[in-house]
Design a protein around this ligand. Structure first.
Ligand code: ADP
Length: 688
């Protein structure tokens, strides 16, 4: 059984294509030519890797040398991807060609230490394959299985069918090594189906060989023969000594167990030839031992002894307990059968001892495995915890980051708002400043115009006063000479009575009338001026009493014109009684005078408003055209000749002056031909 295991070790990793020697030589020549002209380091690294691959079947040392150059160059250039490929090449050479497990493990560790982010998923899957196979080679089934399963998952994700088939092949070997042959058959069969579908001849041959080997282990030698023979028939196309050795040895074993010692001898001999070709001492020892068994079965003592000796010498020479165990087992059985008890006992003792050693080794290995598994589990637990912490920290950090973002955003908004507010404030301030200046300017100009108005008012008042004083003085002073003129004119008139000169008498009459008219005018002016000067003399005036006096004064006029005056109870006001009398008399008299109605009517009304009394004196007289409503209040302004209506045109001017002195207003409304209403207001002493 161990013989098969060793064979397995030899072929377990062989899944890459083997080319013929001629092809390799051509390839190497072409690669060396390319290397001479290569300018870029990446190109050089790729060529070194290809050279290492091509040299594998030719010259192992050269293969190693080139792989090593690729390692140095890629690690110098920190090209992790190519460094991984170079380590894999080193691993492959040490593991598959030189069977140097420590070295293989060393490169496996180096390859695994490369940062995974720098490598592709495919690269990592390949590495897992090496890992599984190396663990398998050291009988660490658990780790090997773990690596293979991970590799299988990766290939499935990548939808890499050839990769999946390859992992199935290795898993088959793993189950074979664990002596679960049913499982091994299952995986090998899966691999075979895929290889056939993919037309992968090499994979198919290797798998057929494995199936033959597995059926052999199950003691189903018919099936073993069937698969091994199929493998053998196809293996001719491959120049692979390992494969040939394995197939022939498997066939030998099948025939040996089926009792066909002739065929067993035949295939074992071929297997031995390939083994010798390979110069593989372990292999030679195992096949020699089997040849010893076969010759022993054929009762060819000398030949059996010869092969057993060769096997024993080699087995004790090489450091492989399994091979030794196998040889001791055969020798014990061989000597025991011929009742050579001493020798039989000797090999039995050796066998027991080596079995014990192997058992101990197995236990130690299992113990170490368990220990490693425990440490790994603890580490994984710790890693998980750290990862969870990291995740938690990340969440906290990300929360903090979000908080920070929100804070920064908030600050930004506040700053923005502050900026806008500040700007608005600044603008408002500037606007206020402009406004203030404008107001100041306007105030100044208003003050200035007020001042000007005040000055011009004062000037106007002064000129009015001067004018009024002048009018008073003039009229007063004119009165006396005019009175003299009238007196002398009267004297002249009296003297002229005795003369009969009618023309002269007429002239004198004119002169006297004009002088009288002039006298009346002067009297009016004087009257007006007096009102002006008497403005401050105010007392309570009962208007009902004033009206009684007025009615007396206009009685003749009323009778003459058949006029009526209507009134109501009137209030008591503050003013000058003489002026109030004049005011009412002028307005009532005008209402009767300027009236062509056969029944002239004058109506006096009043009503109390907020701070004043509103009076109205309405007549049904001739009325006044609108354009004269303002003009008639001017001094001496008349609308009719003396012939039409007598008068001097001073009455309304006096009325206006009296009302102004009382701080009131006077105006009129009129419809020509229908009548006129004069309105005036007199303050009632209430503040508004
Ligand atoms: P006088 O009566 O001495 O002419 P007034 O100052 O009283 O002077 O009146 C000025 C003018 O106004 C009058 O000449 C007259 O033409 C007009 N007037 C005054 N009162 C009335 C009135 N009630 N109806 C029509 N016209 C009037």
């Amino acid at each position: 059984m161990n013989f098969i295991r060793i064979l397995l070790l030899l072929v377990v990793g062989i899944s890459v294509g083997k080319t013929t020697i001629a092809q390799s030589e051509n390839e190497i020549y072409s690669l060396l030519t390319q290397l001479r002209v290569a300018q870029h380091d990446t190109t050089k690294m790729d060529i070194y890797l290809s050279l290492a691959d091509s040299y594998i079947g030719e010259d192992v040392d050269k293969a190693l040398n080139n792989a090593n150059l690729a390692v140095i160059l890629s690690s110098n250039l920190k090209d992790e991807h190519r460094l991984l490929l170079a380590y894999e090449q080193m691993m492959r050479i040490y593991f598959e060609i030189k069977y140097d497990l420590p070295k293989s493990l060393e490169y496996l560790e180096k390859a695994k230490a490369i940062d995974t982010t720098a490598t592709t998923v495919q690269d990592r899957a390949n590495l897992l394959g090496y890992e599984g196979r190396i663990f398998l080679a050291v009988n660490d089934f658990e780790n090997a299985q773990e690596a293979f399963f991970e590799q299988l998952q990766t290939y499935r994700k990548l939808n890499d069918r050839a990769g999946v088939a390859q992992v199935n092949y290795h898993l088959g070997t793993l189950w074979y090594e664990r002596r679960d042959y049913e499982q091994a058959l299952l995986h090998y069969s899966n691999a075979l189906t895929t290889y056939v579908e993919l037309h992968d001849a090499e994979g198919r041959i290797h798998t057929l060989n494995k199936l033959g080997q597995t059926y052999g282990a199950l003691r189903d030698y018919d099936h073993s023969l069937q698969f091994s023979l199929e493998a053998l028939s196809l293996a001719q196309q491959l120049s692979d000594d390992f494969l040939q050795t394995s197939i022939n040895a498997n066939l030998g074993t099948a025939y040996l167990n089926l009792g066909n010692l002739g065929n067993a001898l035949k295939y074992y001999r071929v297997a031995l030839e390939y083994g010798e070709e390979l110069e593989n001492e372990r292999l030679i020892a195992q096949i020699a031992n089997k040849l010893g068994d076969t010759y022993h079965g054929l009762c060819n003592e000398p030949k059996a002894a010869q092969y057993y000796k060769r096997a024993l010498d080699l087995a004790e020479d090489i450091d492989n307990k399994n091979v030794r165990k196998e040889v001791y087992q055969s020798l014990y059985e061989y000597h025991d059968e011929y009742s050579r008890h001493d020798m039989a006992y000797l090999y039995l003792k050796k066998l027991t001892q080596i079995k014990e050693e192997l058992y101990n080794e197995e236990r130690t290995r299992q113990f170490i495995n368990n220990q490693i598994r425990y440490q790994t589990a603890t580490k994984e637990e710790e890693n998980k915890r750290l990862k969870a912490n990291e995740l938690e920290n990340k969440v906290i950090i990300s929360n903090q980051r979000i908080q920070n973002y929100v804070l920064v955003f908030f600050i930004f908004i506040v700053l923005l708002a502050t900026y806008f507010l500040y700007n608005a404030f600044k603008q408002k301030k500037e606007y206020n400043k402009v406004l203030k200046e404008e107001v100041k300017k306007q105030t100044l100009s208003l003050e200035k115009s007020n001042q000007e108005l005040l000055t011009s008012n004062q000037q106007l008042e002064q000129s009015n006063n001067e004018l009024e004083r002048f009018a008073y003085i003039a009229s007063h002073d004119l009165k006396s000479p005019l009175r003299n003129i009238i007196s002398f004119l009267n004297l002249i008139q009296r003297k002229m009575r005795k003369y009969d000169d009618e023309d002269l008498k007429e002239y004198l009459r004119f002169a006297t009338d004009s002088a009288k008219q002039m006298n009346q005018l002067i009297a009016d002016v004087l009257e007006f001026s007096r009102i002006q000067n008497a403005e401050s003399e105010k007392q309570s005036v009962d208007l009902n009493e004033s009206l009684i006096l007025v009615m007396k004064n206009v009685q003749d006029m009323m009778e003459e014109k058949q006029a009526t005056v209507e009134t109501q109870a009137l209030p008591v006001i503050e003013g000058n009684s003489v002026h109030i009398l004049q005011l009412f008399q002028n307005l009532i008299a005008n209402g009767i005078k300027y009236n062509k109605n056969p029944n002239p009517q004058v109506s006096i009304q009043h009503r109390s408003e907020k701070d004043h009394y509103l009076f109205s004196i309405a007549d049904n007289g001739i009325g006044i055209e609108p354009e004269f409503h303002d003009k008639i209040f001017q001094m001496f302004k008349r609308l009719h000749t003396g012939e039409e209506y007598s008068g001097t045109g001073i009455g309304l001017a006096i009325c206006k002056k009296i009302i102004q002195n009382l701080n009131g207003k006077i105006w009129l409304e009129s419809t020509p031909g229908q009548g006129t209403t004069f309105y005036f207001t007199i303050p009632n002493g209430q503040t508004p």
